[in-house]
Write a protein of this length. Structure first.
Length: 401
């Protein structure tokens, strides 16, 4: 599990004699780990699920796609609710709900029942990451906030990598149903670990959802950050989807292709540790470094779409996610402090929308096995994305600064 300490909310720094702290409550890093673990565990199990419920693989895909759709669509709702009713209340409530839905998923008798339960699970788990980011945004001073968010990013990366490995092994040696029960049980334990935490903002600061949404949408910087998130999702998440198919097109098996692309998680973890040491550098510099890794990663994949090339590309893209995405994410937490949850949730929703857009646009090239052109287009798009993000961030002044 990622490094995380102190199950208490760090107090804001009010004196120059104090040292800003970047400690994140352990329960939140575990919750973020579980969110990605649950979300990415389904893909390696689709064949086993279809066989176990005597369904076609094409029908079983709905279990995954429905989950992803609900996960992304629910983001703005949870953001507004966390601004209105508090971060802890939303996270605790949704984790309890995911625990119930996950356990029922493990007992689902038919594919339609399983699909409905997984859609509900995705909608509830969708609250965890943006609300955790917002909690950190509330509790950790801006000077060291990116270092704290790097802990959450590492938890997400470990969850992604662990899910793809553990799910395949458990589904083959034991039962795919167990993989729905494991995160459900751990979610319940995590809620209990949150019992000593305190809310990250005073009740008097809570406002109606309409006012929260309006305060974010009236800000031009918010639209820019959401736009950058949309393009980032299309380039990084959307095009990353095609790394494994590019290897499989060359005759590499599913396990081999999955193992190579799993280096993305290794890159994310390694570069997240580096980011913690460099987090005090100017945000525009971190964005530039991350964007450069995105460009290089896709350029390598375009010029050398072999196992070594795709492996190196996956590591570089993991670094790009750590530096570029983490910097945009930190930026989103500073846009509208009074409606931080709404702003972060809208950013995450834009990221997921971009992911769907990128994968849809890339599907045409993938159908013709034009992976070189696909990755070259991603690299080319990442160049203006990086320049715009870096220049804009250098000119931005946080309202809380």
């Amino acid at each position: 599990m990622p490094e995380a300490v102190a199950d208490t909310v760090p107090a804001p720094v009010t004196s120059g004699a104090q040292t800003p702290t970047a400690k994140v409550p352990t329960a939140f890093t575990v919750a973020c780990f579980l969110s990605n673990f649950d979300r990415f565990a389904i893909t390696p199990m689709l064949v086993a699920v279809a066989a176990g419920l005597h369904a076609r693989l094409g029908d079983a895909v709905l279990v995954a796609s429905g989950y992803f759709f609900a996960y992304g669509l629910a983001q703005p709702l949870w953001g507004m609710l966390s601004d209105r009713y508090g971060r802890l209340r939303v996270v605790r409530g949704t984790l309890w709900a995911t625990s119930v839905c996950g356990l029922l998923s493990a007992l689902a008798p038919t594919l339609p029942a399983l699909a409905v339960l997984r859609i509900a699970t995705g909608a509830f788990f969708g609250a965890v990451v943006p609300t955790s980011l917002t909690y950190v945004g509330d509790a950790v001073p801006a000077a060291v906030r990116q270092r704290a968010l790097a802990d959450l990013q590492r938890a997400l990366a470990i969850g992604t990598a662990a899910a793809t490995v553990v799910a395949g092994v458990v589904a083959e040696l034991l039962s795919w149903r167990l993989m729905f029960a494991i995160p459900a049980a751990l979610a319940a334990v995590t809620v209990l670990r949150m019992r000593d935490l305190t809310e990250s903002r005073a009740a008097g600061t809570l406002r109606s959802p309409g006012k929260q949404l309006g305060s974010v949408l009236r800000l031009r910087w918010a639209w820019l950050v959401m736009g950058l998130g949309l393009v980032e999702g299309a380039v990084l998440l959307g095009c990353f989807t095609f790394l494994a198919p590019a290897l499989q097109q060359q005759g590499i098996g599913t396990i081999g292709a999955g193992g190579i692309t799993a280096l993305y998680g290794v890159g994310t973890i390694a570069f997240s540790r580096l980011l913690k040491r460099l987090a005090t550098q100017p945000a525009w510099a971190l964005i530039t470094a991350g964007g450069t890794m995105l460009v290089l990663g896709f350029a390598v994949a375009a010029t050398t779409p072999s196992a070594p090339g795709i492996g190196l590309a996956a590591v570089l893209l993991g670094g790009g996610w750590s530096f570029f995405h983490s910097s945009l994410q930190t930026w989103a937490t500073s846009l509208v402090p009074a409606a931080r949850g709404t702003a972060v949730a809208l950013f995450v929703a834009a990221l997921f929308a971009g992911s769907a857009l990128g994968s849809s646009l890339g599907a045409t090239l993938a159908d013709h096995h034009a992976y070189r052109a696909l990755f070259a287009a991603a690299a080319a798009t990442a160049i203006p994305l990086t320049l715009l993000a870096a220049i804009a961030r250098a000119r931005y002044t946080p309202p809380e600064a």
